[in-house]
Design a protein around this ligand. Structure first.
Ligand code: UD1
Length: 417
C-alpha cells in the first residue's frame, strides 16, 4: 500500500485547479442506466471511486470509456441487475444503482453496504422510499432484492434529509407512474446537479435545492451530456490548507456559492478570502483564531470538512469546539492528530481542540477519505517528517493531491510499496 512522505513545515503559495466533484459524478454515472443510451460526462475526476463505479457499470453491461476528464457510458445493453459485494464494500455509493435498475428494469439485486470506519451508515431511508414507490424489497443472504412491475409515484417524508436516499429516490421516481413528492429532501448542490442533468433529458422535477421535491414520472429519459460541478470539499480542503499554513492560495474553478459555511468559518479563523467569479483567493492569518464548529445538513457546515477544519484548529491560539451532528462517531482522525502533538479532548460527539504552538511530524494512519486529508494538512505544518499510511482512502476522493500540493510548494512524495 502506498504512503505519503511529507517534510514540513511549509507555507502554501500559488494556484490550484479544482476537479469535478466525486459526489456529483457518482449519481450521474448511475443515472446513465435510466436513459438506455450513450451518456457523456465532462470534468470527470480520475479517482479510485470513479474506477470502482466504472467497473460496477461494466458488470451491469454498460461499457465505459474514460480519458482526459471525459467519460462516455453506453447504457443501451444493460444485461445484469446485480451489484456484487466486492464492489459495494469498497464504495458505498454503489447503492446508487438500486433506484435506476428497479425503475428501468423492474428488478435489482444490490449487496447491503456494511458499516464504515466512522460508524453505522444505514440505508433504511433508501429502502423505505422505494417501498413507498411500490417496490417489493427483500433482504436475501446479504443482498437487497428489489422488484416492481412499474414504480408508482407517492408522497415520501424522509425522517432525515439524507443525500443518498434523496438521490436514489429521485432516480427511481423520474420513471415512476404519476407524481412523487419527497419532503425533507437533501438540499446539497450534488442533488441539484443530478436534477439538472435529468431535467435536460426530459425528467420533470421541481424544487431542487429546497426541502420539497416534486417529480412527475415520465415513460423515458433521453441520454445526457453533462459537466460535473466542481468539488466543494476538495476546494474547502485547499482553502483550509492555505489558512493552516499561513499561505496565499488561489483556488481556481470552484463554486464559492456552494462553500458559504466553510468560507465563513475560515474567515472567522482570521483568513482573508476574496471571492472571484470562478474561484477564491485565500490568505491565511499569522495567528489562527479559535472557532466553534457544528456540522449539519447543507447549507450548514459539511461533515466532509470537519476533519480538515479540526487540523486547522490544532494550531489556533485558544480552544475551539467541534460538534458532529451528521455522523456522531466520525472522529477516527482524533487519535491520529494527537500523534502530531495536537491537544484534543473527545466527549461523545463533541471535540474540544486547544491549539498548540507547533506540531511534530509523525507516522500516522489514514482511516477514511476526509480524515486522510486532515492528516496531510497537519503534516504540512509539522516539524520534520510525516508518513501517512493507507493513502488508498485519499486516492478515492482527491485527484492527484500530491501533485497539486507540490505545485503549491509542499514537500510531499508518494512512496510506492
Ligand atoms: C453523502 C456523501 C458523504 C457525506 C454525507 C453527508 C456521497 C457519495 N457521500 O453520504 O461524503 O459525508 O452525504 O453529507 O455523496 N441516514 C439514515 N438512513 C439512511 C440514510 C442516511 O439514518 O437511509 C443518516 C446517516 O446515518 C447520517 C445522515 O442520515 O446520519 C446523512 O447521511 P446521508 O446524507 O445519507 O449520507 P450519504 O448519502 O451516505
Amino acid at each position: 500500500m502506498d504512503s505519503f512522505l511529507i517534510k514540513g513545515p511549509c507555507r502554501l503559495q500559488g494556484t490550484v485547479e479544482i476537479s469535478g466533484a466525486k459526489n456529483a459524478m457518482l449519481p450521474l454515472m448511475a443515472a446513465s442506466i435510466l436513459t438506455g443510451g450513450e451518456c457523456v460526462l465532462e470534468n470527470v475526476p480520475e479517482l479510485r471511486d470513479t474506477l470502482t463505479m466504472k467497473h460496477l457499470l461494466e458488470v451491469l453491461g454498460v461499457p465505459v470509456e474514460l480519458g482526459g476528464g471525459r467519460m462516455v457510458m453506453d447504457a443501451s445493453r444493460v444485461d445484469h441487475h446485480e451489484a456484487p459485494y466486492d464492489l459495494v464494500r469498497t464504495m458505498r455509493a454503489s447503492i446508487y444503482v438500486l433506484g435506476p435498475l428497479v425503475a428501468k428494469f423492474g428488478r435489482a439485486r444490490v449487496s447491503l453496504p456494511g458499516g464504515c470506519a466512522w460508524g453505522p451508515r444505514p440505508i433504511n431511508l433508501h429502502l423505505l422510499g422505494l417501498k413507498a414507490l411500490g417496490a417489493e424489497i427483500k433482504i436475501d443472504h446479504g443482498y437487497i432484492d428489489a422488484a416492481a412491475d412499474r414504480l408508482r409515484g407517492n408522497e415520501i417524508i424522509l425522517s432525515l434529509p439524507s443525500v443518498g436516499a434523496t438521490i436514489n429516490l429521485i432516480m427511481a421516481a423520474v420513471l415512476a407512474e404519476g407524481k412523487t413528492v419527497i419532503e425533507n429532501a437533501a438540499r446539497e448542490p450534488e442533488v441539484s446537479a443530478l436534477a439538472a442533468a435529468l431535467k435536460k433529458s426530459g425528467a420533470i422535477i421541481e424544487g431542487e435545492g429546497t426541502s420539497r421535491l416534486e417529480i412527475e414520472g415520465v415513460s423515458s429519459i433521453r441520454p445526457f451530456r453533462h459537466r460535473v460541478i466542481p468539488d466543494r470539499v476538495e476546494a474547502g480542503t485547499y482553502a483550509a490548507a492555505a489558512v493552516l499554513t499561513g499561505g496565499e492560495v488561489e483556488i481556481s474553478g470552484c463554486r464559492p456559492d456552494h462553500m458559504t459555511a466553510v468560507i465563513n468559518k475560515l474567515t472567522s479563523c482570521g483568513a482573508e478570502i476574496d471571492m472571484r467569479d470562478n474561484g477564491l483567493l485565500v490568505r491565511g492569518p499569522e495567528v489562527i483564531s479559535p472557532v466553534d464548529i457544528e456540522t449539519g445538513f447543507y447549507p450548514s457546515f459539511p461533515t466532509d470538512m470537519q476533519a480538515q477544519m479540526m487540523a486547522v484548529l490544532c494550531r489556533a491560539r485558544g480552544s475551539s469546539s467541534v460538534m458532529e451532528h451528521v455522523y456522531t462517531e466520525r472522529f477516527t482522525h482524533v487519535p491520529e492528530l494527537r500523534r502530531f502533538g495536537a491537544q484534543i479532548i473527545l466527549d461523545g460527539s463533541v471535540a474540544v481542540v486547544t491549539g498548540v504552538d507547533s506540531l511534530q511530524g509523525a507516522p500516522v494512519m489514514a482511516t477514511d477519505i476526509r480524515a486522510s486529508s486532515a492528516l496531510i494538512l497537519a503534516g504540512l505544518v509539522s516539524e520534520g517528517e510525516t508518513k501517512v499510511l493507507r493513502i488508498y482512502h485519499i486516492d478515492r476522493g482527491y485527484e492527484r493531491i500530491e501533485e497539486k500540493l507540490r505545485a503549491l510548494g509542499a514537500d510531499i512524495q508518494r512512496i510506492k510499496s
